[in-house]
Design a protein around this ligand. Structure first.
Ligand code: PLP
Length: 386
C-alpha cells in the first residue's frame, strides 16, 4: 500500500488561523481565566442552539454533567439511568454524587438508549435519565419526554456528540429537557481543546451550576452587595468545584461555533459519500436521522456484517496497514472492570450492546478531511471488506 501517504487519523481538530488569532488575542489581552470571552461564548452558544435557555460554560462535559446532576439534587441512594453504550464520564459523575448509575441496553439500530429497557429498569429510587445522542444522532424527544414525565424523572442529555444536531426545527439543547451538556474535547465536532457547555431552561438551576463551577462562590450574593462592599469581597455558600472555562479556550470556541454549521455540513457530506460507497458491502451502516431530525455526524460507525470476510480486529489492523486510523465507540460500560464488578453486570444483560461491540469500527470523519482523504478511506474499506 502507498506507504508514502501520511497517516490519516480517525479524528483531527479543524483549526484555522481565525481560532489561532482569537486565542492569541485573548492571551495578549492579559485576561487568561474565565472572563469576557467566556461570557460572550455563553450568550453566542445560547443564541446558536436557540430556545429559552441559559448556557453555562465549563471546562469539560464531564464537569457539566456533574454540575447538572448536582444542581438537580441527585445524591446518595438515588438511581440514574445511563446507556451502557457511552463513555465512562456519563456514569462516573453519578458516582461522584454517591448515587448509582443503572446501565441500560441500547436500540440495536441506532445504538441510542432503548427506552423500553429504560422504562423496565425504573424503581422508586430512579431520579433521572441521561440519554446520549450517540455519534450525533438525536434521541427521539417525544418518547423520552413522555417516559420521563410518566415517572417524574429529570432528563440530563449527554449531548457531547450533538453539535449541531437538530430535533425538529430546534437544536439539541434548546430546552426539550432539564439540561443538556456539550463537549468541546479535542476530538469533538466543535473544540476548545478541553471545554464544555451546559444548557438549562430553569434560571435557578443555571445559578446553582454557576455557583458550583467556581468554588461555591455565590455571584448573586456578591452582586447584591457589590455597591456597598469592597471588590475583594465574596461569599462561599457551598463546597464547590473548579470547573470554569479559561478565556483563551472560550475565544477559540467562539470562532468554532461560528463555523459549526459549515463544519457540520462537511461532516454530513463525508457521511453521505461513505454511505453511498459502502451500500453494496457486507456492513451494517450507521442509522440515519429520522424525518425532521439532523445528525451531527461526530462519528461514522460501521459494523462488520456476519458475511464480512474479516472480523473487527483484523479490519482495524488492515486499515492501520494502509495508514488509516480507526477507533471503537464504545467499549460498553458493562464490560469495564469497575462497572462490571461494582454492579455485577454480565454481557447477557445487554444483548444489543454486547453484539454491537464485537463488530463496531469508527472510520475517520472530521471536517478538514480532503476529498482525497475520503477517497482513501473508501478505497481501503472496499479492498478489505469486499
Ligand atoms: C467525550 C464524551 C464525554 C466527555 O466529554 P469531556 O468534555 O471530555 O469531559 C462525555 N460523554 C460522551 C458520550 C463523550 O463522547
Amino acid at each position: 500500500m502507498p506507504a508514502d501517504l501520511p497517516f490519516l487519523p480517525f479524528a483531527r481538530p479543524d483549526i484555522t488561523e481565525a481560532e489561532v488569532d482569537a486565542a492569541s488575542d485573548a492571551i495578549r489581552s492579559g485576561w487568561l481565566t474565565t472572563g469576557p470571552n467566556a461570557a460572550a461564548f455563553e450568550s453566542e452558544f445560547a443564541e446558536f442552539v436557540g430556545g429559552d435557555i441559559t448556557a453555562v460554560a465549563v471546562n469539560s462535559a464531564t464537569a457539566g454533567l456533574h454540575l447538572a446532576l448536582e444542581a438537580l439534587g441527585v445524591g446518595p441512594g438515588d438511581e440514574v439511568l445511563v446507556p451502557t453504550w457511552t463513555f465512562t464520564a456519563t456514569a462516573e459523575v453519578v458516582r461522584y454524587l454517591g448515587a448509582d448509575p443503572v446501565m441500560v441496553d441500547v436500540d440495536p439500530g441506532t445504538l441510542n438508549v432503548d427506552l423500553d429497557v429504560a422504562g423496565a429498569a425504573i424503581t422508586d429510587r430512579t431520579r433521572a435519565i441521561m440519554p446520549v445522542h450517540f455519534a450525533g444522532l438525536p434521541v427521539a424527544q417525544q418518547p423520552l419526554r413522555s417516559l420521563a414525565d410518566r415517572h417524574g424523572l429529570t432528563v440530563v442529555e449527554d449531548a457531547a456528540h450533538a453539535i449541531p444536531a437538530r430535533v425538529g426545527s430546534a437544536h439539541v439543547g434548546a430546552g426539550h429537557n432539564e439540561a443538556a451538556v456539550f463537549s468541546f474535547y479535542a476530538t469533538k465536532t466543535v473544540t476548545t481543546g478541553e471545554g464544555g457547555m451546559v444548557t438549562v431552561t430553569d434560571t435557578a438551576l443555571a445559578d446553582r451550576i454557576r455557583t458550583m463551577r467556581l468554588h461555591g462562590i455565590s455571584r448573586d450574593v456578591f452582586d447584591r452587595y457589590q455597591s456597598t462592599t469592597p471588590a475583594w469581597h465574596y461569599e462561599v455558600v457551598a463546597p464547590g468545584f473548579k470547573y470554569n472555562l479559561p478565556d483563551p479556550a472560550a475565544a477559540m470556541g467562539r470562532v468554532q461555533l461560528g463555523r459549526a454549521a459549515a463544519m457540520g455540513a462537511r461532516r454530513a457530506a463525508i457521511a453521505a459519500t461513505y454511505t453511498e460507497a459502502f451500500a453494496d458491502l457486507p456492513l451494517v451502516l450507521p442509522a440515519e436521522a429520522s424525518a425532521g431530525m439532523e445528525h451531527a455526524w461526530h462519528l461514522y460507525v460501521i459494523r462488520l456484517g456476519d458475511d464480512a470476510p474479516v472480523d473487527r480486529d483484523s479490519f482495524v489492523q488492515a486499515m492501520a496497514e494502509r495508514g488509516i486510523g480507526t477507533s471503537v465507540h464504545f467499549i460498553p460500560l458493562h464490560l469495564h472492570p469497575y462497572w462490571r464488578d461494582r454492579y455485577a453486570l454480565s454481557p447477557e444483560d445487554f444483548p444489543a450492546a454486547t453484539a454491537a461491540y464485537a463488530r463496531v469500527v469508527s472510520l475517520p470523519i472530521f471536517s478538514s478531511m480532503t476529498d482525497g482523504d475520503v477517497e482513501r478511506v473508501v478505497t481501503a474499506v472496499r479492498e478489505i471488506v469486499w
